[in-house]
Design a protein around this ligand. Sequence first.
Ligand code: TYD
Length: 247
Amino acid sequence: MHLNDGRPAGFFLTLEGPEGSGKSTQARRLATRLADFGLRSTVTREPGGTALGEEVRKILLHAPELQPVPAADALLFNAARAQLAAEVIEPALARGEVVICDRFADSTLAYQGYGAGRSIESLRSIASFAVGDLRPDLTVLIDLPVEDGLRRKVDDGEITRFESHADVDFHRRVRAGFLELAAAEPDRFVVVDGSQQLERIEAEIIAAILNRLPGMVRVPAGTTSGSAEVSVPSESEPKPESLRMKG
Ligand code: TYD
């Protein structure tokens, strides 16, 4: 991510995955863990994250009687996305923060594209109209078998139109779509096994983030709760100008 004048800005992380993959829990935990590394973050979600977006969220997720067709879904998700990008994501990146976004444009490709059969190419154009060239620096796909995720959602409570009105085959297509997107962009995506323990998933995400941040040194496994290799800010190295430090 770069500012208009070419200076590097913050770091844009998106969390993606099928239903019940635990993204929201991870987003909250990550903010706390990043603060331990001296990194300031903004946590947000789609659809939502702005006053307009939260209104659109109610229409999209909790008003099945409106019967939006997949094309209307795609446009509404992108309307909320445009607002979120302009109001929250871009300003936070410009302040040098890590932005943690619970779902972003890949969800539209997976759900309205692979799941509901709309053209991937058209969906990419709509997203590009909505957010221009804003792209995640890193997308973590928390992958999970469809049945396991849907079971978790039923246990958890908030059942949306996409869970109650779509069949298991729809969610299988969504999951396969996410995996296809990840395979097509291996530099941007990291796929994490969502059936692992929370702490292990968190360690893998932190490692993926820190390995991509500039001005960090790599340290061996065993310094965090997971065994993945992670990086921590070096005392001797200058901290990255692009990332605002806490305190
Ligand atoms: P939410 O309760 O936030 O679910 P989750 O915790 O799984 O993220 O509901 C978001 C729902 O909206 C989820 O079923 C995925 C769907 N969705 C789309 O269909 N297209 C999109 O572009 C986005 C962002 C979400």
